[in-house]
Design a protein around this ligand. Structure first.
Ligand SMILES: Cc1cc2nc3c(=O)[nH]c(=O)nc-3n(C[C@H](O)[C@H](O)[C@H](O)COP(=O)(O)OP(=O)(O)OC[C@H]3O[C@@H](n4cnc5c(N)ncnc54)[C@H](O)[C@@H]3O)c2cc1C
Length: 489
C-alpha cells in the first residue's frame, strides 16, 4: 500500500483516486478550488446552474469501467438519459438532425444528395473496423517508439492513415461539404480543425453515432460531484481550497508536494492539474529533463473557448445540443487555426439542457450555455472589447437561424474568456483542450502517464496519454492506476 497525493480534483484526478482507494492505497486529493470538477465543475450564478465545460458525454463504457475498478455500482449512482436526435446542425440552407439510429441518419444524409445515405453507411462500416483496431492502442500505455511493434499497433496501422487529415479522409467518402462537416466538427473536441486533425479521429463522430450521447441530471458536473462523495465515503481525503505550490523534487525523484511552504511527503504523486501550467509553476526551469520551461512554451496548444452562460425567463424548444456553422466554415477554421484576431462569422455550440432537466433553473426559466471556439491567448485579441462584438454576433445568428430573439429573455449573463480559463482555471494559454493531438504530440510523444522524467510522478487528465476529452481522460486514470496497482502480482 502506498501513500499517494493527487494534485487536482478534475475528472482525471477523481477517477484515479476512486480506483486507487479500491486497490488499498491511502489517497489524498489536493484541490485549489472550493469545489471539485476543474474545467468540468458546476458553475452557479444566482438561481441558474451550468456545466462549466463538458456537455457531450459519449462512450460510457469507460466511465463504467472506472466504477467497476473502484468496486462501485455505476447504475446505483448515475442515471443517464439518452439524447435523440444527437444534435441539430444549423447550416446556411437547412438544418440536419443526425441520430444514433443508423437508418434515420441515413435518411438525413440522403436528403442532401442522392446516394449520400449509402455513402454514410459505408463510412459507418469503415469506422466500425477502425474503432475495433484503434481502441486497444489507446487503452494501453505508449511509453516509447518500440511500442509501434506491438501486435495491436501493427494490426491497427492500416486503418490509421497517420498523415491524412480528418477532412481529407472524409472527402474521399462523402461528397458534400455540409455532410463532411457533420462528421468532422468533432475535431474541435480536441481543439483542432478538421483539416489538421489526424484522420484517426473520425472515431469521435462514430462514438456518437454508434453509442449515442447522454445527459446526466444536473449536468456532467454531477459525475464529478458523485465521484467526490464516493471518494470520501470510501476513505479518501479531499482537501478543497488547498493549492499545491510546487512538486518536491530531489535528484529527479518526486518526494511529495509543497503547499503553504510545508513539505508533505508521499510515496507517489499524481498530477491532474493542467500539464503545461504545472510544469511552468510547480517545477524550476531545467529541473525536469525534456520538459524544461522553454520546451513547454514551444509546444503546440489547442484553441480556447469563449463562454456565455445565460439565465433566461423562459424555456426554449431548442434541442439539447445545437451547432451553428458559420457562413464560410472553412474560412472560419482557417482563421481559428492561424490565431487570427478577426472574430466575425464564428461557428458556435449551444447547450439547452433545461428542456429536459428542471433542476438547473427556477420553474419556467432555463440555463442556456454557448461555447464559441476561439484562438488561445497566443492570438492578439483584446477580449474586453471583442466580447461585445462576439456576443452581438451570436445573438444575431440565433435570431436569423431560429427566429428567436433570446436577448428579450436574458435575466443573467456571465461571460468567460480565454483569459479567465488561464487565470481562474490554471489552464496554460487558456488552451482548454490541452496539447494538440498531431502525431508529434501523441502516443509516445505525449507526456506519459508514468512520467519518465521524474521518478514517482504519474499523470492523469487531458494533457497526457491517450488525450483530451472525458473518455480518454478516464482511460488515463485507468492506465495510471494499473501502474500503481501493487495487488496485481
Ligand atoms: C468549455 C469546455 C468544453 C468541453 N467539452 C467537452 C465535452 O463536451 N466532452 C468531453 O469529453 N470533453 C470536453 N472538454 C474537455 C475535458 O473533458 C475537460 O476539460 C475536463 O474537465 C478535463 O479534465 P482533467 O481531468 O484533464 O482536468 P481539469 O478539469 O483541468 O482539472 C484539473 C484540476 O486541477 C486543479 N488544480 C489546478 N492547479 C492546482 C494546484 N496548483 N493545486 C491544486 N489543484 C490544482 C484545478 O482546479 C482542477 O480542479 C471540454 C472542456 C472545456 C473547457
Amino acid at each position: 500500500m502506498s501513500n499517494i497525493a493527487i494534485i487536482g480534483a478534475g475528472p482525471g484526478g477523481l477517477a484515479a483516486g476512486l480506483i486507487l482507494l479500491n486497490q488499498g492505497h491511502q489517497v489524498t486529493i489536493y484541490e485549489k478550488d472550493h469545489r471539485v470538477g476543474g474545467r468540468s465543475k458546476r458553475l452557479t450564478f444566482g438561481p441558474y446552474h451550468f456545466d462549466s465545460g463538458p456537455t457531450f458525454f459519449m462512450y460510457q463504457p469507460i466511465l463504467r469501467e472506472v466504477f467497476e475498478r473502484a468496486n462501485i455500482d455505476f447504475d446505483k449512482y448515475l442515471q443517464l438519459t439518452p439524447l435523440d436526435p444527437l444534435y441539430t446542425l444549423y447550416f446556411n440552407e437547412y438544418t440536419l438532425k443526425p441520430s444514433s439510429d443508423i437508418n434515420q441518419t441515413k435518411e438525413v444524409f440522403e436528403s442532401v444528395y442522392p446516394g449520400a445515405g449509402n455513402d454514410y453507411v459505408k463510412w459507418y462500416q469503415k469506422q466500425t473496423t477502425k474503432f475495433k483496431r484503434v481502441m486497444p492502442i489507446l487503452q494501453k500505455p505508449f511509453p516509447n517508439i518500440f511500442h509501434f511493434l506491438r501486435a495491436d499497433v501493427l494490426k491497427g496501422a492500416p486503418v490509421l492513415h497517420p498523415f491524412q487529415s480528418v477532412y481529407k479522409y472524409l472527402s474521399k467518402l462523402i461528397h458534400h461539404d455540409d455532410l463532411i462537416h457533420t462528421l468532422s466538427f468533432q475535431a474541435k473536441y480536441l481543439g483542432m480543425a478538421s483539416f489538421e486533425a489526424p484522420s484517426v479521429f473520425t472515431i469521435l463522430p462514430y462514438l456518437e453515432h454508434m453509442g449515442g450521447l447522454y445527459h446526466v441530471e444536473g449536468g456532467l458536473n454531477q459525475v464529478n460531484e458523485t465521484m467526490a462523495q464516493l471518494f470520501i465515503k470510501n476513505g479518501g481525503k479531499l482537501l478543497l481550497n488547498t493549492k499545491v505550490d510546487r512538486l518536491w523534487i530531489e535528484k529527479r525523484t518526486v518526494k511529495g508536494i509543497i503547499t503553504d511552504q510545508l513539505h508533505q511527503s508521499y510515496d507517489d504523486v499524481i498530477l491532474n492539474a493542467d500539464f503545461a501550467y504545472s510544469m511552468l509553476s510547480m517545477t524550476k526551469d531545467k529541473e525536469v529533463k525534456t520538459y524544461h520551461h522553454q520546451k513547454i512554451k514551444s509546444m503546440k496548444y489547442s484553441v480556447s473557448a469563449f463562454m456565455m452562460y445565460l439565465g433566461l425567463d423562459t424555456i426554449f424548444d431548442f434541442d439539447h445540443h445545437s451547432v451553428f456553422f458559420s457562413k464560410s466554415y472553412e474560412g472560419y477554421l482557417k482563421r481559428l487555426m492561424s490565431e487570427s484576431s478577426d472574430v466575425s462569422d464564428m461557428s458556435f455550440y449551444m447547450h439547452n439542457p433545461s428542456k429536459i432537466d428542471k433542476t438547473l433553473a427556477p420553474k419556467g426559466h432555463s440555463s442556456l450555455y454557448i461555447l464559441v471556439p476561439v484562438p488561445n491567448l497566443d492570438a492578439n485579441i483584446d477580449w474586453k472589447t471583442e466580447q461585445e462584438t462576439l456576443k452581438k454576433q451570436v445573438y444575431a445568428t440565433i435570431l436569423e437561424k431560429t427566429g428567436v430573439d433570446i436577448t428579450k429573455h436574458i435575466q443573467m449573463e456571465q461571460i468567460l474568456t480565454p483569459q479567465e480559463w488561464q487565470d481562474d482555471f490554471h489552464v496554460y494559454k487558456g488552451a482548454v483542450f490541452n496539447l494538440t493531438h498531431g502525431f508529434n504530440q501523441m502516443l509516445y510523444k505525449r507526456p506519459q502517464n508514468k512520467f519518465k522524467q521524474l521518478k514517482h510522478l504519474y499523470l492523469v487528465g487531458g494533457g497526457t496519454h491517450p488525450g483530451s476529452g472525458l473518455p480518454t481522460i478516464y482511460q488515463s486514470a485507468i492506465i495510471t492506476s494499473q501502474y500503481l496497482n501493487t495487488k496485481k502480482a
